[in-house]
Design a binder for this molecule. Structure first.
Ligand code: EPU
Length: 319
């Protein structure tokens, strides 16, 4: 979705698991989901496996939860809307995130106060070296902010394990999760004092549509950098110098800062460098205004990082 030019030496669309068991040996395999959260810095000298496995169903239900499974190639947003329509709420805060179900656990997608890992029960994958199917529990996935065992191991890049399906545990009774300030404001503005899961999905969709560019119109990959986490004393010192600095205390005692705010304060909101720039309505989103190549993106990434580091002493990492 960033529309950087890149070509795969070989490409295979995976529509059934049997294809994964019949792969010829390859030096390099690259596992691709929706292509909406990756940066291609050049051609891929290997086999791209484009996961297009489909199917979704309720696999179990008990007094405490619905257990819903979706194949890795299902579109994430369509899956979220489908669960809501079936009367199985719990994923509404993650509406309209681009990409596929199988990619969701890799970087533990998150938005508006919820991370996918909080709802994931287990992930099934095929070990492409041995052909064995393996199931990873939520704990084994080691979810943290925009991270997991999957991303840490780089299995999507090395082609070791290919995620085939994900089971979500959607707790009963459903409880609205509207603590995220911007979401709470949106619901209040619509007079939703006791919002349904549908109301929350609608509010999240409205917020995202207002702030995030549609990749079909303006190429981008969502947030380009992660929100940095710093020690409490560092955040304290920064807040003395910059009283409006947004700070979000984390369970581990660290403080999460808002990369979008840091980038805006460093003067990069809506600013371009060649054909790429940081988006005018959300400084955390890097956009390709047309014809960019990988080097343009690397130059902008370096410039933004440098200015934020100079001004705040904080190092930004790409998401
Ligand atoms: N802010 C600015 N200027 C900006 C952008 C943000 O000052 O240009 C400030 C906001 O005013 C607010 C704070 O930064 O005080 C946080 O902004 P926002 O609520 O827009 O969220 P974010 O931290 O910029 C994160 C996720 C998004 C997710 C939103 C909503 C990351 C890297 N990004 O953005 O995820 O949608 O929260 O939960 O954690 C993505 O990962 O691709 C993505 C879009």
């Amino acid at each position: 979705t960033l529309r950087l030019p890149a070509r795969a030496a070989q490409y295979c669309r995976i529509e059934n698991e049997a294809q994964l068991h019949a792969l010829p040996p390859h030096r390099q395999r690259f596992i691709l989901g929706g292509g909406s959260n990756l940066v291609l810095l050049g051609d891929i000298d290997g086999l791209v496996l484009h996961v297009a496995l489909t199917g979704k169903r309720l696999v179990a239900e008990d007094a405490g939860a619905w257990f819903v499974e979706a194949a890795a190639g299902e579109n994430w947003h369509d899956f979220v809307l489908w669960t809501l329509a079936q009367g199985w709420p719990g994923l509404e805060n993650l509406a309209l995130i681009p990409g596929t179900v199988g990619a969701a656990p890799v970087q533990n997608i998150g938005a508006y106060g919820l991370e996918a890992g909080e709802r994931i029960h287990q992930v099934s994958a095929i070990d492409l070296n041995s052909g064995d199917t393996r199931t990873f529990s939520k704990a084994e996935c080691q979810f943290s902010y925009r991270n997991s065992l999957w991303k840490n191991e780089g299995w999507h890049l090395s082609g070791r394990f290919c995620i085939t399906s994900v089971v979500f545990r959607l707790p009963k009774p459903w409880q609205p999760n509207c603590a995220y300030a911007e979401l709470a404001r949106e619901l209040a503005a619509k007079d939703r004092a006791t919002p349904s899961s549908q109301h929350i999905a609608e509010a999240v969709i409205a917020l995202r549509q207002r702030k995030l560019p549609d990749p079909a119109i303006l190429p981008n990959a969502g947030s380009f950098f992660e929100n940095p986490r710093v020690d409490a004393d560092v955040a304290e010192r920064l807040a003395t110098a910059f009283p409006f600095l947004p700070r979000y205390p984390q369970a581990d005692g660290q403080i999460k800062l808002a990369a979008g705010w840091l980038i805006e304060q460093a003067g990069w909101k809506g600013r371009q460098l060649g054909p790429v720039g940081m988006y005018e309505k959300q400084a955390l989103v890097l956009v390709n205004r047309g014809g960019a190549c990988a080097q343009d993106l690397l130059d902008l990434m370096a410039a933004v990082r440098e200015d934020v580091a100079q001004r705040f002493g904080v190092r930004l990492e790409p998401e």
